[in-house]
Write a protein that binds this ligand. Structure first.
Ligand code: KG4
Ligand code: ZN
Length: 367
Protein backbone atom coordinates (compact mmCIF):
# COMPACT_ATOMS: atom_id res chain seq x y z
CA UNK A 1 0.00 0.00 0.00
CA UNK A 2 2.93 2.31 0.68
CA UNK A 3 2.18 5.87 1.64
CA UNK A 4 -1.16 6.77 3.15
CA UNK A 5 -2.72 10.10 4.10
CA UNK A 6 -5.40 10.35 6.75
CA UNK A 7 -7.72 13.18 7.70
CA UNK A 8 -8.73 12.61 11.34
CA UNK A 9 -11.69 14.13 13.17
CA UNK A 10 -12.37 14.17 16.92
CA UNK A 11 -15.50 15.45 18.67
CA UNK A 12 -16.15 13.03 21.54
CA UNK A 13 -16.44 15.58 24.33
CA UNK A 14 -15.82 19.31 24.36
CA UNK A 15 -12.93 19.77 21.93
CA UNK A 16 -13.37 19.84 18.17
CA UNK A 17 -10.24 18.54 16.50
CA UNK A 18 -8.99 17.80 13.01
CA UNK A 19 -5.55 16.60 11.92
CA UNK A 20 -3.72 15.34 8.86
CA UNK A 21 -1.32 12.41 9.19
CA UNK A 22 0.79 10.80 6.48
CA UNK A 23 2.44 7.46 7.04
CA UNK A 24 4.20 4.53 5.47
CA UNK A 25 2.38 1.21 5.68
CA UNK A 26 5.21 -0.90 4.26
CA UNK A 27 8.08 0.21 6.48
CA UNK A 28 9.44 -2.39 8.92
CA UNK A 29 8.98 0.07 11.79
CA UNK A 30 5.99 2.41 12.08
CA UNK A 31 6.70 5.68 10.33
CA UNK A 32 4.33 8.61 10.18
CA UNK A 33 4.24 12.38 10.36
CA UNK A 34 1.56 14.57 11.84
CA UNK A 35 1.30 17.37 9.28
CA UNK A 36 -1.26 19.38 11.21
CA UNK A 37 -3.41 19.23 14.32
CA UNK A 38 -6.02 21.89 15.00
CA UNK A 39 -8.15 21.96 18.16
CA UNK A 40 -10.99 24.30 18.96
CA UNK A 41 -11.43 24.10 22.72
CA UNK A 42 -14.84 24.83 24.21
CA UNK A 43 -13.44 25.70 27.65
CA UNK A 44 -14.65 29.34 27.55
CA UNK A 45 -18.11 28.13 26.52
CA UNK A 46 -18.47 25.65 29.38
CA UNK A 47 -16.89 27.84 32.07
CA UNK A 48 -20.14 29.60 32.90
CA UNK A 49 -21.95 26.32 33.61
CA UNK A 50 -19.02 24.77 35.46
CA UNK A 51 -19.07 21.70 33.22
CA UNK A 52 -20.01 20.31 29.83
CA UNK A 53 -23.69 20.35 28.86
CA UNK A 54 -23.83 17.80 26.01
CA UNK A 55 -26.31 19.74 23.86
CA UNK A 56 -24.27 22.92 24.14
CA UNK A 57 -21.09 21.00 23.28
CA UNK A 58 -22.73 19.34 20.28
CA UNK A 59 -23.96 22.65 18.89
CA UNK A 60 -20.47 24.09 19.18
CA UNK A 61 -19.09 21.03 17.36
CA UNK A 62 -21.58 21.70 14.55
CA UNK A 63 -20.26 25.26 14.23
CA UNK A 64 -16.59 24.29 14.53
CA UNK A 65 -16.09 21.02 12.73
CA UNK A 66 -15.93 22.41 9.21
CA UNK A 67 -13.61 25.38 9.90
CA UNK A 68 -11.34 23.20 12.05
CA UNK A 69 -11.13 20.59 9.26
CA UNK A 70 -10.42 23.26 6.66
CA UNK A 71 -7.70 24.72 8.87
CA UNK A 72 -6.10 21.29 9.36
CA UNK A 73 -6.02 20.68 5.61
CA UNK A 74 -4.67 24.19 4.94
CA UNK A 75 -1.93 23.85 7.59
CA UNK A 76 -0.94 20.49 6.13
CA UNK A 77 -0.86 22.08 2.68
CA UNK A 78 -3.17 19.38 1.35
CA UNK A 79 -6.47 19.32 -0.45
CA UNK A 80 -9.25 16.86 0.30
CA UNK A 81 -8.42 15.12 -3.01
CA UNK A 82 -5.02 14.15 -1.67
CA UNK A 83 -6.50 12.41 1.39
CA UNK A 84 -6.87 8.62 1.23
CA UNK A 85 -9.05 7.96 4.28
CA UNK A 86 -11.17 9.82 6.80
CA UNK A 87 -10.62 8.66 10.40
CA UNK A 88 -13.15 9.61 13.05
CA UNK A 89 -13.71 9.01 16.76
CA UNK A 90 -16.81 6.80 16.90
CA UNK A 91 -16.80 6.31 20.71
CA UNK A 92 -16.69 6.29 23.64
CA UNK A 93 -17.89 9.77 24.58
CA UNK A 94 -20.97 11.97 24.72
CA UNK A 95 -23.32 10.59 22.10
CA UNK A 96 -24.53 13.94 20.75
CA UNK A 97 -20.93 15.18 20.48
CA UNK A 98 -19.71 11.99 18.81
CA UNK A 99 -22.56 12.11 16.30
CA UNK A 100 -21.44 15.48 14.96
CA UNK A 101 -17.95 14.23 14.07
CA UNK A 102 -19.22 10.91 12.77
CA UNK A 103 -21.94 12.43 10.58
CA UNK A 104 -19.49 15.02 9.26
CA UNK A 105 -16.96 12.29 8.42
CA UNK A 106 -19.67 10.20 6.76
CA UNK A 107 -20.81 13.16 4.67
CA UNK A 108 -17.24 13.90 3.58
CA UNK A 109 -16.71 10.24 2.73
CA UNK A 110 -19.99 9.99 0.83
CA UNK A 111 -19.30 13.14 -1.18
CA UNK A 112 -15.74 12.15 -2.09
CA UNK A 113 -15.99 8.36 -2.34
CA UNK A 114 -13.49 7.82 0.47
CA UNK A 115 -13.61 5.12 3.10
CA UNK A 116 -13.70 5.60 6.84
CA UNK A 117 -11.51 4.33 9.67
CA UNK A 118 -13.56 4.41 12.90
CA UNK A 119 -11.29 4.98 15.89
CA UNK A 120 -11.89 4.29 19.57
CA UNK A 121 -11.15 7.46 21.55
CA UNK A 122 -9.15 5.51 24.16
CA UNK A 123 -7.12 3.83 21.41
CA UNK A 124 -6.36 7.40 20.34
CA UNK A 125 -5.08 8.26 23.83
CA UNK A 126 -3.11 4.99 23.93
CA UNK A 127 -1.48 5.45 20.51
CA UNK A 128 -0.71 9.11 21.16
CA UNK A 129 2.38 7.82 23.01
CA UNK A 130 3.97 6.97 19.68
CA UNK A 131 3.68 10.62 18.72
CA UNK A 132 5.99 11.45 21.63
CA UNK A 133 9.23 12.50 20.10
CA UNK A 134 12.23 14.63 20.77
CA UNK A 135 11.88 15.69 17.17
CA UNK A 136 8.75 17.65 18.05
CA UNK A 137 8.73 20.91 16.18
CA UNK A 138 5.52 22.81 16.64
CA UNK A 139 2.83 20.85 14.87
CA UNK A 140 5.04 18.16 13.44
CA UNK A 141 6.03 14.96 15.10
CA UNK A 142 7.64 11.80 13.82
CA UNK A 143 7.03 8.29 15.13
CA UNK A 144 9.14 6.69 17.79
CA UNK A 145 10.86 3.84 16.02
CA UNK A 146 12.77 2.23 18.84
CA UNK A 147 10.10 1.59 21.46
CA UNK A 148 10.98 -1.34 23.71
CA UNK A 149 8.17 -3.80 24.49
CA UNK A 150 6.47 -5.02 26.59
CA UNK A 151 5.12 -1.58 27.41
CA UNK A 152 2.89 -0.72 30.37
CA UNK A 153 0.57 2.12 29.39
CA UNK A 154 -1.22 4.25 31.96
CA UNK A 155 -4.06 6.06 30.19
CA UNK A 156 -5.81 8.66 32.32
CA UNK A 157 -8.58 10.86 31.00
CA UNK A 158 -11.81 12.48 32.13
CA UNK A 159 -13.86 9.34 31.58
CA UNK A 160 -11.33 6.52 31.89
CA UNK A 161 -8.38 5.28 33.93
CA UNK A 162 -6.74 2.28 32.30
CA UNK A 163 -3.65 0.13 32.64
CA UNK A 164 -2.87 -1.47 29.30
CA UNK A 165 -0.14 -3.99 28.57
CA UNK A 166 1.20 -3.60 25.04
CA UNK A 167 3.02 -6.67 23.71
CA UNK A 168 4.00 -4.84 20.52
CA UNK A 169 2.65 -1.98 18.41
CA UNK A 170 -0.47 -3.88 17.41
CA UNK A 171 -1.30 -6.20 20.31
CA UNK A 172 -2.43 -5.08 23.72
CA UNK A 173 -4.64 -6.11 26.63
CA UNK A 174 -6.45 -4.01 29.18
CA UNK A 175 -5.25 -5.13 32.64
CA UNK A 176 -7.34 -2.84 34.79
CA UNK A 177 -9.73 0.10 34.83
CA UNK A 178 -11.49 2.30 37.30
CA UNK A 179 -14.39 0.70 39.12
CA UNK A 180 -16.05 4.09 39.69
CA UNK A 181 -14.81 7.64 38.95
CA UNK A 182 -11.95 8.13 36.50
CA UNK A 183 -8.89 10.08 37.68
CA UNK A 184 -9.86 13.14 35.61
CA UNK A 185 -13.42 12.96 36.87
CA UNK A 186 -12.09 12.97 40.46
CA UNK A 187 -10.02 16.09 39.66
CA UNK A 188 -13.11 17.76 38.19
CA UNK A 189 -15.38 16.82 41.12
CA UNK A 190 -12.88 17.86 43.80
CA UNK A 191 -12.36 21.13 41.94
CA UNK A 192 -16.10 21.75 42.21
CA UNK A 193 -16.01 21.03 45.94
CA UNK A 194 -13.23 23.60 46.24
CA UNK A 195 -15.19 26.12 44.19
CA UNK A 196 -12.59 26.14 41.42
CA UNK A 197 -13.48 26.90 37.81
CA UNK A 198 -13.97 24.33 35.04
CA UNK A 199 -11.94 22.44 33.90
CA UNK A 200 -10.97 21.14 37.31
CA UNK A 201 -7.73 19.33 36.54
CA UNK A 202 -5.64 22.34 35.52
CA UNK A 203 -7.24 24.47 38.29
CA UNK A 204 -6.29 21.96 40.99
CA UNK A 205 -2.74 21.51 39.74
CA UNK A 206 -2.27 25.29 39.67
CA UNK A 207 -3.64 25.75 43.19
CA UNK A 208 -1.62 22.76 44.46
CA UNK A 209 1.58 24.64 43.65
CA UNK A 210 0.75 27.01 46.52
CA UNK A 211 -0.06 24.29 49.06
CA UNK A 212 1.58 21.43 50.93
CA UNK A 213 0.51 17.78 50.61
CA UNK A 214 0.13 17.68 54.39
CA UNK A 215 -3.31 16.03 54.63
CA UNK A 216 -3.31 12.21 54.67
CA UNK A 217 -6.12 11.38 52.26
CA UNK A 218 -6.74 7.69 51.55
CA UNK A 219 -4.98 5.93 48.64
CA UNK A 220 -7.89 3.78 47.40
CA UNK A 221 -7.00 0.31 46.10
CA UNK A 222 -3.29 1.14 46.13
CA UNK A 223 -2.35 -2.22 47.60
CA UNK A 224 -4.97 -4.47 46.03
CA UNK A 225 -3.53 -7.25 43.90
CA UNK A 226 -5.57 -6.41 40.80
CA UNK A 227 -4.91 -3.48 38.45
CA UNK A 228 -8.21 -1.69 38.97
CA UNK A 229 -8.57 1.82 40.36
CA UNK A 230 -11.17 3.62 42.46
CA UNK A 231 -11.30 7.36 43.04
CA UNK A 232 -14.80 8.03 44.29
CA UNK A 233 -13.86 7.35 47.95
CA UNK A 234 -11.03 9.85 47.71
CA UNK A 235 -13.45 12.52 46.54
CA UNK A 236 -15.73 11.68 49.48
CA UNK A 237 -12.75 11.91 51.86
CA UNK A 238 -12.10 15.44 50.56
CA UNK A 239 -15.77 16.30 51.12
CA UNK A 240 -15.67 14.99 54.72
CA UNK A 241 -12.41 16.79 55.39
CA UNK A 242 -13.95 20.04 54.24
CA UNK A 243 -17.05 19.45 56.34
CA UNK A 244 -15.02 18.62 59.44
CA UNK A 245 -12.64 21.51 59.02
CA UNK A 246 -14.95 24.23 57.83
CA UNK A 247 -18.32 23.70 59.46
CA UNK A 248 -21.49 22.68 57.67
CA UNK A 249 -21.56 22.04 53.95
CA UNK A 250 -24.48 21.87 51.57
CA UNK A 251 -26.21 18.51 51.45
CA UNK A 252 -25.55 17.23 47.99
CA UNK A 253 -23.25 19.76 46.47
CA UNK A 254 -20.57 19.75 49.12
CA UNK A 255 -19.03 22.97 50.20
CA UNK A 256 -19.64 24.60 46.87
CA UNK A 257 -17.89 27.89 46.74
CA UNK A 258 -15.85 26.74 49.74
CA UNK A 259 -16.85 29.88 51.67
CA UNK A 260 -15.60 28.77 55.07
CA UNK A 261 -12.36 27.28 53.86
CA UNK A 262 -9.41 29.60 53.56
CA UNK A 263 -7.35 29.80 50.37
CA UNK A 264 -4.41 28.38 52.30
CA UNK A 265 -6.47 25.34 53.35
CA UNK A 266 -7.78 24.94 49.82
CA UNK A 267 -4.25 24.92 48.44
CA UNK A 268 -3.26 22.22 50.97
CA UNK A 269 -6.34 20.17 50.07
CA UNK A 270 -5.54 20.49 46.35
CA UNK A 271 -1.89 19.47 46.89
CA UNK A 272 -2.84 16.56 49.17
CA UNK A 273 -5.57 15.28 46.87
CA UNK A 274 -3.28 15.51 43.86
CA UNK A 275 -0.53 13.66 45.76
CA UNK A 276 -2.96 10.85 46.68
CA UNK A 277 -4.01 10.41 43.02
CA UNK A 278 -0.41 10.51 41.81
CA UNK A 279 0.69 7.98 44.47
CA UNK A 280 -2.03 5.48 43.53
CA UNK A 281 -1.51 5.83 39.78
CA UNK A 282 2.25 5.48 39.95
CA UNK A 283 2.36 2.72 42.52
CA UNK A 284 -0.04 0.51 40.55
CA UNK A 285 1.57 1.28 37.20
CA UNK A 286 5.10 0.51 38.40
CA UNK A 287 3.99 -2.70 40.10
CA UNK A 288 2.18 -3.81 36.93
CA UNK A 289 5.26 -2.92 34.87
CA UNK A 290 7.58 -4.96 37.07
CA UNK A 291 5.19 -7.92 37.31
CA UNK A 292 4.86 -8.04 33.52
CA UNK A 293 8.56 -7.47 32.90
CA UNK A 294 7.81 -4.31 30.95
CA UNK A 295 10.74 -2.42 29.45
CA UNK A 296 8.82 0.81 28.93
CA UNK A 297 6.14 2.73 30.82
CA UNK A 298 3.97 5.33 29.13
CA UNK A 299 1.60 8.02 30.33
CA UNK A 300 -1.16 9.60 28.21
CA UNK A 301 -4.70 11.06 28.32
CA UNK A 302 -5.88 14.45 29.57
CA UNK A 303 -4.67 13.92 33.15
CA UNK A 304 -1.16 13.34 31.73
CA UNK A 305 -1.10 17.12 31.33
CA UNK A 306 -0.60 17.21 35.11
CA UNK A 307 2.97 18.34 35.81
CA UNK A 308 3.23 16.61 39.19
CA UNK A 309 2.17 13.29 37.65
CA UNK A 310 4.48 13.67 34.64
CA UNK A 311 7.50 14.55 36.78
CA UNK A 312 6.94 11.97 39.51
CA UNK A 313 6.34 9.06 37.14
CA UNK A 314 9.41 10.04 35.10
CA UNK A 315 11.54 9.94 38.28
CA UNK A 316 10.05 6.61 39.40
CA UNK A 317 10.77 5.06 36.00
CA UNK A 318 14.33 6.32 36.10
CA UNK A 319 14.82 4.75 39.53
CA UNK A 320 13.40 1.44 38.30
CA UNK A 321 15.45 1.61 35.08
CA UNK A 322 12.37 1.64 32.88
CA UNK A 323 12.12 3.64 29.67
CA UNK A 324 9.45 6.30 29.89
CA UNK A 325 7.29 7.72 27.15
CA UNK A 326 4.97 10.70 27.50
CA UNK A 327 3.59 12.83 24.66
CA UNK A 328 3.58 16.62 24.59
CA UNK A 329 0.65 18.13 26.47
CA UNK A 330 -1.13 19.04 23.22
CA UNK A 331 -1.19 15.33 22.38
CA UNK A 332 -2.43 14.36 25.87
CA UNK A 333 -5.58 16.45 26.06
CA UNK A 334 -8.20 15.70 23.40
CA UNK A 335 -6.98 16.21 19.84
CA UNK A 336 -7.36 14.62 16.42
CA UNK A 337 -3.67 13.89 15.83
CA UNK A 338 -3.94 10.94 18.23
CA UNK A 339 -6.99 9.71 16.31
CA UNK A 340 -4.99 9.85 13.08
CA UNK A 341 -2.08 8.03 14.71
CA UNK A 342 -4.39 5.28 16.03
CA UNK A 343 -5.97 5.03 12.56
CA UNK A 344 -2.52 4.62 11.02
CA UNK A 345 -1.76 1.74 13.39
CA UNK A 346 -5.19 0.26 12.67
CA UNK A 347 -4.29 0.19 8.98
CA UNK A 348 -0.93 -1.41 9.78
CA UNK A 349 -2.80 -4.16 11.64
CA UNK A 350 -4.62 -5.02 8.39
CA UNK A 351 -7.91 -3.23 9.12
CA UNK A 352 -9.92 -2.53 5.98
CA UNK A 353 -11.54 0.95 6.00
CA UNK A 354 -15.32 0.79 5.77
CA UNK A 355 -18.02 2.34 3.65
CA UNK A 356 -19.66 5.42 5.22
CA UNK A 357 -22.96 3.55 5.54
CA UNK A 358 -21.37 1.07 7.94
CA UNK A 359 -20.35 3.38 10.75
CA UNK A 360 -22.30 4.83 13.65
CA UNK A 361 -21.36 6.62 16.86
CA UNK A 362 -21.26 4.28 19.86
CA UNK A 363 -20.99 6.13 23.16
CA UNK A 364 -20.05 2.94 25.04
CA UNK A 365 -17.52 1.46 22.61
CA UNK A 366 -15.11 -0.53 24.78
CA UNK A 367 -11.46 -0.74 23.93
O1 KG4 B 1 -8.44 13.18 27.69
P1 KG4 B 1 -9.23 14.38 28.05
O2 KG4 B 1 -8.84 15.68 27.43
O3 KG4 B 1 -10.73 14.15 27.73
C1 KG4 B 1 -11.36 12.92 27.97
O4 KG4 B 1 -11.19 12.00 27.15
O5 KG4 B 1 -11.98 12.82 29.05
O6 KG4 B 1 -9.17 14.47 29.63
C2 KG4 B 1 -9.85 15.49 30.29
C3 KG4 B 1 -9.56 15.34 31.77
C4 KG4 B 1 -10.41 16.26 32.61
O7 KG4 B 1 -10.98 15.52 33.66
C5 KG4 B 1 -9.41 17.29 33.11
O8 KG4 B 1 -9.73 17.81 34.36
C6 KG4 B 1 -8.16 16.45 33.17
O9 KG4 B 1 -8.20 15.65 32.02
N1 KG4 B 1 -6.95 17.31 33.16
C7 KG4 B 1 -6.10 17.38 34.19
C8 KG4 B 1 -5.14 18.37 33.83
N2 KG4 B 1 -5.44 18.85 32.60
C9 KG4 B 1 -6.56 18.18 32.21
N3 KG4 B 1 -6.07 16.73 35.35
C10 KG4 B 1 -5.08 17.02 36.20
N4 KG4 B 1 -4.14 17.96 35.96
C11 KG4 B 1 -4.13 18.65 34.81
N5 KG4 B 1 -3.19 19.57 34.57
ZN1 ZN C 1 -9.94 12.10 25.79
Amino acid sequence: MGAVSILAIESSCDDTGAAVIVGDLDSAQPKFTVLSSVVNSQIPLHKSTGGVIPEVAARAHVRNVRPVTEAALAQAGMSLNEIDYVAVTAGPGLIVSLMVGVEFAKTLAMATGKKIIPVNHMAGHLYSIFGASNQWRGRRTVAQTAVKFPLMALVVSGGHTMLILMHDYLHFEVLGQTVDDAAGEAFDKVARLLGLPYPGGPAISKLALRGKPSIEFPRPMMHTKNYDFSFSGLKTAVLYYMRDHAGAVGQSRGNRGGKKISMRQKADIAASFQQAVVDVLISKTLRAAIEHKAKTVSLSGGVAANTKLRETIAQSCKKSKLNFLVPEIALCTDNAAMIGIAAYFRLRSGFKPVNFSRINADSNWEL
